[in-house]
Design a protein around this ligand. Structure first.
Ligand code: ADP
Ligand code: MG
Length: 254
């Protein structure tokens, strides 16, 4: 069965999609079987691995709302498999109202695919609403990217409150996979201060690997490639490779 990891932080622009796309590719390069489940209506993770976000059909919306076959929705790429998203997913939270067990629709779909993979990474939307609740019900653990910027910790208490609620009501096993420092700029004191503060808040739970601010990471998506394919020797590529190795080493130990 796959380890299902939700990449979540209700703040936008903290590096969720960048992390999901590139970690999928680097785990895959380490020989793991990986599925990226794009669960953001913006579908940037879908296009980030080179899958047409307007043309993918069936997609995760069709699976959850129209009962499409989830196995038919999976698209294989050189960098890992993708369960594509679509902008229609934006309305799915409302359309789920009245559906029985609506918090577990994503879980039902991913449980079918789980035996085929080592890892399933879910790219969450920037909210704590029904889509994210679905992701937290489907996941075994959550990976929280935190941008090394002012107010980095703002909102994390709301996230953790939602996690506690999901654990109590629906998914008691849900664990914190790790906190990932992103867009770190070693030239600024601010980045260092934020990193220290995040480590104080989450002792022992912050990855040793830190993702630097690297322009290659922001350029790669427009080429439909992970950074390791776009510029393999960039600092961004090195960092996400190191993150995959760190994660695998942690899982091999446990
Ligand atoms: P989220 O999914 O949390 O909204 P994204 O991964 O889309 O965040 O990142 C927000 C923006 O920042 C994007 O334009 C992305 O290309 C850019 N970005 C993300 N991580 C980095 C990084 N480490 N260095 C430089 N740019 C980055
Ligand atoms: Mg995103």
């Amino acid at each position: 069965m796959a380890r299902i990891i939700a990449v979540v932080n209700q703040k936008g622009g903290v590096g969720k999609t960048t992390t999901t796309v590139n970690l999928t590719a680097t785990l895959c390069a380490q020989g793991k079987r990986v599925l990226l489940c794009d669960f953001d209506p913006q579908a940037n993770a879908t296009s980030g691995l080179g899958v047409d976000k307007n043309g993918a059909s069936p997609n995760i919306y069709d699976v959850l709302i129209n009962g499409a076959d989830v196995e038919r929705a999976v698209v294989s790429t050189k960098y890992g498999d993708v369960l594509p998203s679509n902008k229609a997913l934006a309305g799915a939270g409302v359309e789920m109202i009245g559906i029985d067990h609506r918090e577990t629709l994503l879980k039902q779909a991913l449980d079918i695919l789980s035996p085929r993979y080592d890892y399933i990474l879910i790219d969450c939307p920037p909210s704590l609403e029904m889509l994210t609740v679905n992701a937290l019900c489907a996941a075994g653990s959550l990976l929280v990217p935190v941008q090394c910027e002012y107010y980095a910790l703002e909102g994390l208490s709301d996230l953790l409150a939602t996690v506690r609620l999901v654990k109590r009501k629906m998914n008691p096993e849900l664990a914190l996979e790790g906190v990932l420092l992103t867009m770190f700029d070693s030239r600024t004191n601010l980045s260092l201060q934020v990193a220290a503060e995040v480590k104080r808040h989450f002792p022992g739970q912050v990855y040793a690997t830190v993702i630097p601010r690297n322009v290659r990471l922001s350029e790669a998506p427009s080429h439909g490639k992970p950074v390791t394919a776009y510029d393999p020797f960039s600092r961004g590529a090195e960092a996400y490779t190191a993150l995959a190795q760190e994660m695998i080493a942690i899982h091999d130990k446990n």
